[in-house]
Design a binder for this molecule. Structure first.
Ligand code: ZN
Length: 263
């Protein structure tokens, strides 16, 4: 699944800046890369492993709640309908926000993958902005030729319901969704289980959750999955979600799953 579309990065960067959606795009692995390598670690190898690009999509954004008009604007859902640009996401009983959790875990995964030599592109570059909308998140991997796209979330369900689940687009809309996305989702599920996380007791089956209603999955033509790491309203899950050690464990598992899928 090696895909390279470096020539399109400048156009992507420009388009995203015009859209004002706050994306950050990592540089191509060439000396004359036209995108600023803001996401690279100085310790990262010069040549990425297999030249693979990974897109990480930390769900929601911290500034969304202050901009309901932007958040509620209708965008294409990828199956012929429309839905809201985004939502604020959920939060724990004590107010710890999902967007902050998603951002924290995504940064940890980004750093770990970068150290392994992957090129990581994030769907947003801070936790204080608004957007991007779900349709833009869904096409980002297509535009940069991603080998894998992982959207990172946490859920808000009644207390007592607990565990993680992994969503993928179903019914599939293209070849990437019918096979590779399911394989990526399975790698995430298997790695999470292997590292001691419990599959969801309240949604999906055995930690897997095929979904038709998520634009971020519907628009993708690259291997793409979305992980709901746990239920923020459940005291047991929240204790892990809200602890730095817990977030490190989620990040380690997600990183290992992506690497396992790509290798
Ligand atoms: Zn979410």
């Amino acid at each position: 699944m090696r895909q390279r579309h470096w020539k399109s990065l400048a156009a992507i960067c420009g388009a995203l800046l015009i859209a004002g959606c706050g994306h950050s795009v990592a540089a191509a692995p060439t000396p004359d890369a036209h995108a600023r390598p803001v996401l690279d670690s100085p310790a990262a190898p010069v040549v990425p492993i297999a030249g693979q690009v990974v897109v990480l999509d930390p769900g929601h954004n911290g500034g969304g709640a202050d901009h309901p008009d932007q958040l509620n604007a209708q965008v294409p859902d990828g199956r012929g309908g429309t839905k809201a640009c985004n939502t604020t996401g959920t939060n724990g009983a004590d107010g710890y926000s999902e967007h902050a959790f998603n951002w924290d875990v995504a940064q940890r995964v980004r750093d770990a993958l970068t150290l392994r030599g992957y090129r990581v592109i994030m769907s947003r570059d801070s936790d204080t902005g608004v957007g991007p909308c779900v349709d833009e998140r869904g096409t980002l991997g297509n535009r940069v030729g991603a080998a894998a796209v992982v959207s990172i979330h946490a859920d808000g369900a009644p207390a007592g319901a607990h565990g993680f689940h992994v969503a993928y687009s179903s019914p599939a809309l293209n070849d990437a969704q019918s096979g590779p996305s399911v394989q990526l989702a399975t790698a995430l599920r298997d790695t999470m289980v292997g590292r001691g996380f419990t599959t969801s007791t309240y949604v999906g089956s055995d930690g897997m959750d095929p979904r038709a209603d998520l634009a971020g999955l519907n628009f993708s033509e690259r291997p793409t999955a979305l992980i709901e790491c746990g239920n923020m309203r459940d005291p047991g899950d929240a204790a892990v979600i809200e602890s730095p050690d817990g977030r490190a464990r989620f990040a380690d598992a997600i990183t290992a799953a992506i690497a396992a899928y790509l290798n």
